[in-house]
Design a protein around this ligand. Structure first.
Ligand code: E4P
Length: 225
């Protein structure tokens, strides 16, 4: 499963890339605007940190196909390397996805709330589709079920489009997406670290260190014992 960071916070991105096996970064206009810095600087800083081989997903903000395509061509050139242009699945967006994919520009179809939107985006040539799990859960529409149905449809019709589930508020939602075969998740900085936290792990590690130090002394490792 792919793990991506749904943030533009460069300090967190640095930290996460150092510690974990991270597959990329996703942004959206809201995430970018939180940084309160010029768009270009934010995106190019992220590219510098993650390297050219790691995915970055950047959203176009136009709502007209021709302009979305122009943004897509610009973003591909600006960001360079593994870049996916995020395009919302409005009708003009689907048209833009068709054009961008026919020009060899990778696309992530975003703002997906139904399996039919995902299927239409995949048919138009999207490389990824991003269903919004928590926003669906908030309206009692079962986000994980939607992810499951989309992955099922892609299998049934042998589509190469991958499901990058997005919009998470808790670890259980992420876990359930992995159980139903979502190809990847994009998780915000606050939640990402919670994926690995467990008080019993910390308790166990503390116990091991305590017992070891009781026998061999503080600061002594297996290299010296
Ligand atoms: C992904 O494409 C979206 O930008 C993002 O995950 C939405 O998350 P939110 O519902 O927490 O804003």
């Amino acid at each position: 499963m792919l793990y991506l960071l749904d943030t533009a916070n460069v300090e967190f991105i640095k930290k996460a890339y150092d510690l974990y096996q991270v597959d990329g970064v996703t942004t959206n206009p809201t995430i970018i605007s939180k940084e309160k810095r010029p768009f270009k600087d934010v995106i190019l800083d992220i590219r510098n940190i993650i390297g050219k081989d790691s995915m970055i997903h950047v959203q176009a903000v136009s709502t007209d196909a021709e302009k979305i395509v122009r943004e897509g061509v610009y973003l591909k050139e600006l960001v360079d390397g593994e870049v996916y242009v995020k395009v919302p699945v409005i009708p003009q967006g689907i048209k833009a996805i068709k054009i961008l994919s026919s020009r060899g520009i990778a696309v992530t179809a975003t703002a997906i709330f139904t399996p039919q939107q995902a299927l239409m985006a995949a048919k138009a040539g999207a490389d990824f589709v991003a269903p919004y799990v928590n926003r669906l859960d908030n309206i009692s529409a079962d986000g994980v079920k939607v992810v499951e149905q989309i992955t099922g449809l892609f299998k049934t019709y042998n589509l190469k489009t991958k499901v990058l589930a997005a919009s998470f508020k808790n670890v259980e939602q992420v876990h359930k997406v992995s159980l139903v075969g979502g190809h990847g998740v994009t998780v915000n900085d606050e939640l990402f670290e919670k994926l690995i936290e467990h008080p019993l792990t910390d308790f166990s590690v503390d116990g091991f260190i305590n017992d070891w130090e009781g026998q061999f002394g503080k600061g002594i490792t297996t290299l010296e014992a």
